[in-house]
Write a protein that binds this ligand. Structure first.
Ligand SMILES: Cc1cc2nc3c(=O)[nH]c(=O)nc-3n(C[C@H](O)[C@H](O)[C@H](O)COP(=O)(O)OP(=O)(O)OC[C@H]3O[C@@H](n4cnc5c(N)ncnc54)[C@H](O)[C@@H]3O)c2cc1C
Length: 409
């Protein structure tokens, strides 16, 4: 374990998370961990120095949970990916980022369903669920997890799967990161790496209300092979995503969009084509919620007048074919997720309040929202009591602690 203090040349590079909003949080020290035993050593150091401790994967947490003024565990050296291609098993170090996961797995003709941001960390994404362009076909990222190596709060290293520490294995699939221990490796049952078509359907913003209305009754019920997200910004409304079969825009065709198609892409090419333009360095606030029924026309009008960026993600498909209690991820009956984003926190709150009246009340654990008071049920639904009990079992002293962490008020 290498301990990096504020005077070290790497300190600023390592401590800064992906979101500029949290760039000023300064850890007392950073422990660079290259193995499970490094993590054990780092936890012992935090205990002896009386420092709070938090693991950092890709650093994309919307609520700064991987930033701390205590000891930050930098897991980026743990980024090895190994593949047993005949068994379609991929063992991925907890510090790996999505772009390298896609690249490496594709070399073996394999893939996992996972998210869009190329620098998002595989660990944070998986522990909170994992939505992505293969999700309606193959489920959440955590639905493909078959085992994990975890360093518990007491420093012990355990492997969990369906037979060993099965409670912990259940809890790791969707409760959110940083709750039960430090994951050092994740084993996934991979799927064939598909060829796909990337589509973008674009209209001027003045058409947004009718496009949203049509999208709501099409995208969540589209074939599993189609994932069509919708985004509205100040200039335009766009429906974009991927299809594993021939492109068919369904009812959106009648709205005469400008259509941009790229067919026959490998999965890494498709992901790269959707990440063009590089990282978003704007300081943005965001809030989100799940919906089980469509927004009515007057709510859509009010939302568009509120002026925030609106991002709709379709659920349904394989996401919703897993029982609510099969994994910690409780949101298996939702139709879509709506995220409100913008530079003005109060405008984002107003926009969220307009839609909230029609929402299911469920919130994606990977999009944490510090404003939530009823967060126990919003994030975890009926799985909260079991998760609270498992938190007491695996981390009785609350070593892994943050606002809205399991067991908190
Ligand atoms: C630009 C951007 C794009 C995104 N795209 C998607 C998307 O397409 N699909 C989607 O579902 N989500 C997406 N997200 C949300 C993303 O899933 C969450 O922010 C996720 O928590 C990020 O994981 P991370 O490792 O990058 O972040 P981090 O901030 O490093 O970690 C997030 C949480 O997990 C904990 N954690 C990290 N590593 C470990 C570990 N090894 N063991 C235990 N706990 C750990 C951290 O302490 C923290 O609480 C996106 C977010 C951003 C900012």
């Amino acid at each position: 374990m290498e301990l990096i203090g504020p005077d070290h040349s790497l300190y600023d590079v390592l401590r800064k998370p992906a979101l500029p909003l949290y760039a000023d949080i300064r850890p007392a020290a950073i422990a660079r961990c290259s193995s499970s035993s490094d993590v054990t050593e780092a936890l012992a150091y935090a205990r002896s120095a009386n420092l709070p401790v938090t693991p950092r994967g890709g650093g994309h947490c919307f609520a700064a949970r991987s930033s701390t003024t205590g000891l930050m565990l930098d897991l980026s050296p743990l980024s090895t990916i190994t593949v047993e291609s005949t068994a379609a098993l991929a063992t991925i170090g907890a510090g790996a980022r999505l772009a390298s996961v896609y690249r490496e797995l594709h070399e073996y003709g394999l893939m996992i369903p996972a998210g869009c941001g190329p620098t998002v960390g595989i660990a944070g994404l998986t522990l909170g669920g994992g939505l992505g362009l293969l999700g309606r076909r193959y489920g959440l990222t955590c639905d493909r997890l078959v085992a994990a190596t975890v360093v518990l709060a007491n420093g012990n290293v355990v492997t969990c799967d369906a037979e060993r520490e099965s409670d912990l294995f259940w809890a790791l699939r969707g409760a959110g990161g940083g709750q039960f221990g430090v994951v050092t490796a994740l084993v996934f049952n991979a799927v064939p790496s598909p060829a796909a078509t990337r589509f973008k359907l674009t209209w001027p913003r003045s058409r947004a209300a009718e496009v949203i209305a049509a999208w709501q009754s099409w995208a969540p019920d589209a074939p599993d092979e189609v994932t069509a997200s919708l985004t509205v910004n100040a200039n335009q409304v766009q429906v974009f995503g991927a299809t594993l079969t021939a492109f068919d825009p369904g009812s959106l065709a009648a709205l005469a969009p400008e259509i941009d198609l790229l067919a026959g892409l490998s999965w890494p090419q498709l992901k790269a084509s959707l990440s063009e333009g590089g990282p978003d360095n704007r300081i943005l606030h965001s809030k989100s919620e799940f919906f089980r029924s469509p927004l009515p026309p007057d709510a859509i009008t009010q939302l568009l007048n509120a002026g925030c960026e609106l991002n709709f993600t379709p659920m349904g498909g394989a996401y919703n074919r897993v029982p609510v209690d099969a994994t910690a991820f409780a949101h298996r009956t939702e139709r879509f997720l709506l995220e409100h984003a913008g530079p003005d926190r109060n405008a984002v709150r107003r926009s969220w309040s307009i839609a909230h009246a029609y929402a299911s009340g469920a919130v994606y654990p990977n999009f944490p929202d510090p404003d939530l008071t009823e967060w126990h049920t919003a994030y975890h639904g009926p799985n909260y009591p079991r998760l609270r009990d498992l938190k007491a079992k695996y981390d009785p002293a609350g070593v892994f602690h943050f606002p809205q962490s399991l067991g908190g008020s």
